[in-house]
Design a protein around this ligand. Structure first.
Ligand code: OAD
Length: 250
């Protein structure tokens, strides 16, 4: 493992543009379960029934049962060493941007500034009827948050069947095309189109560094350096290895 971490650190220090794609695994050590592992959210809530935009439109009260549960877990969560370590890499000038599929704001709370929220953010709510927007904490406590027009509000996270925010998609594509190194952290990389980012980067010559507890379909196909373990522990070691090899760019 020491040798693999050293290779990853060298790739990062030698890269002109390093970006990261992160998923739910990054926040597991903050106490937020992921979606597809044993005990994950999709074991409890069938995504076809709870996570599609059709499901929300058909029965928003039902979908809010899941959203309230997620909100309660996310609200108390604090950034872990994976978030803070990536924030530190950014501060040192070795991580240009984090593209995250997470909606928990923990990368930003962990010190990262340049974060693309590919699946939106749960901090704001929108009315699908009149387009009015609200802060989620303004509406917390209500059983099911409603707009002043009466409609049930939807958090500004991307449900299955909804488009990725245009700017997030566009910037991610450009960065993936230009990156010299890509860290893929805590994602099963099965959800499209976020999961096209690693192959776009690879095609354009980026070194793919994958950090995950388990092997994924990327591990034997496009990953160059696989660091198996918890994101918090691996990233902390990686940050130390980067520091040893470089005086810092920033
Ligand atoms: P998944 O639940 O599909 O995958 C989480 C990944 O993190 C798995 O590969 C785990 O092995 C890994 N993992 C778990 N704990 C870890 C840890 N402590 N350290 C490192 N890795 C760990 O979650 P995502 O890939 O993020 O989208 O899922 C992508 C999208 O699917 C989500 O954004 C959400 C979901 O449906 C929508 O709802 C649109």
């Amino acid at each position: 493992m020491e040798e693999l971490i050293a290779r990853a650190a060298e790739a990062i220090v030698g890269s002109e543009l390093t970006i990261a794609l992160t998923g739910a695994g990054v926040s597991v050590e903050s106490g937020i379960p992921d979606f597809r592992s044993a005990g994950g959210l999709w074991e409890k809530f069938d995504p076809a029934e709870y996570a599609t935009i059709e499901a929300f439109r058909a029965d928003p009260e039902k979908v809010w049962r899941m959203l309230r549960e997620m909100d309660a877990v996310v609200r108390g969560a604090k950034p872990n060493p994976a978030h803070t370590g990536m924030g530190e890499l950014e501060r040192m000038g070795y991580l240009h941007c984090i593209i995250t599929q997470n909606v928990d704001n923990l990368h930003q709370e962990g010190g990262a500034r340049n974060v693309i929220e590919y699946h939106g953010n749960a901090a704001t709510l929108s009315c699908l009827s009149c387009n009015e927007k609200y802060r989620a904490d303004e509406k917390r406590g209500n059983e099911t948050p409603r707009c002043r027009c009466g409609a049930i509000l939807k958090p500004d996270v991307v449900f299955f069947g909804e488009a990725i925010p245009y700017d997030a998609m566009n910037r991610s594509f450009q960065l993936a095309s230009a990156a010299k190194a890509l860290m893929v952290v805590g994602t099963s990389a099965v959800v499209s189109p976020a999961n096209t980012i690693p192959s776009i980067a690879k095609r354009n010559g980026a070194v793919i560094i994958e950090i995950n507890m388990e092997r994924t379909h990327l591990t034997d196909s496009i990953t160059d350096i696989f660091l198996q373990g918890s994101a918090g522990q691996i990233i902390a070691r990686l940050v130390e290895a980067v520091k040893e090899r470089a005086g810092g760019k920033g």
